[in-house]
Write a protein that binds this ligand. Structure first.
Ligand code: PEP
Length: 254
């Protein structure tokens, strides 16, 4: 059995999928399927244009809504960007920060991850801070070096108080959207290493209490094995969160 000390979080990242109409269709199917899932927090991150529809559709439910990105400034001349304050105003309570697709396609750096995390925390959002190595880095034995570097430059540079309010997501890039999931043992080893980084930078208490989600091709048929690992405090799910029944099956796994 998994330790109950750290409450599990199951988060869906819809990426650039689902219009407002598709968002409105999703929740009446999804919500009844997760009524018994009181063992975990449930979060969905729709694209910006569907956030309002998702907030409306989940009102009165246990599902929280997240942004997929935020800017570190409150407002300004930043075409195409959305601030943390704007996310709060539309009803978000979480935000994904440092997703590997943003690092890869939008040049997001560890320093930006730290700035965005701070901006989110300042207005009460819970950042889900992603880190993970790519295929070459794993194959050449650099996983720990990369995780350590991303940690120190990003969430590890927050104050202890700020750090106590974030979630981490270990997302090996080689497993995202590829159908190649890390085995439960590989995922648990990376989580243990990250917890050690937290202990070295902050404290044993911070390491014991930070929740670390796993992300990378989590599906209904592999979620049970992953969630059985004590080290995994939940999942960040991309593709499989787009289908209400698939995501509900993952949320409901105990
Ligand atoms: C993600 O987008 O964070 C993710 C893990 O995607 P997928 O589940 O599709 O690999």
């Amino acid at each position: 059995m998994r330790s109950q000390v750290r409450r599990r979080v199951m988060a869906g990242n819809w990426k650039m999928y689902k219009t407002q109409a598709e968002t409105r269709d999703f929740f009446p199917v999804f919500l009844p399927l997760i009524l018994d899932a009181t063992h975990c927090d449930v979060v969905i991150a729709p694209p910006f244009t569907s956030i309002a529809a998702a907030v409306q559709a989940t009102e009165g439910s246990r599902v929280a809504i997240a942004g997929q990105n935020n800017h570190w400034q409150k407002e300004g001349a930043f075409t195409g960007e959305v601030s943390s304050q704007m996310l709060v105003a539309v009803g978000c309570t979480y935000v994904i920060v440092g997703h590997s697709e943003r690092r890869q396609y939008s040049g997001e750096t560890d320093g930006m991850v730290a700035q965005k995390s701070r901006a989110a925390l300042e207005c009460g959002l819970t950042p889900i801070v992603c880190l993970g190595e790519n295929f070459t880095e794993r194959e050449t034995g650099r996983t720990q070096e990369i995780l350590s570097q991303q940690f120190i430059g990003g969430p590890g540079s927050l104050t202890p108080e700020e750090f106590s309010r974030i979630l981490l997501a270990y997302e090996p890039v080689w497993a995202i959207g590829t159908g190649r999931t890390a085995t439960p043992d590989i995922a648990a080893a990376a989580h243990r290493f990250l917890r050690q980084c937290v202990q070295d930078q902050f404290s044993a208490e911070a390491a014991a209490s930070v929740r670390i989600l796993y992300g990378g091709s989590v599906k209904p048929d592999n979620s049970q094995g992953l969630m059985a690992q004590q080290e995994l405090d939940g999942a960040l799910v991309g593709g499989a969160s787009l289908d209400a029944k698939s995501f509900a099956a993952i949320v409901n796994c105990k």
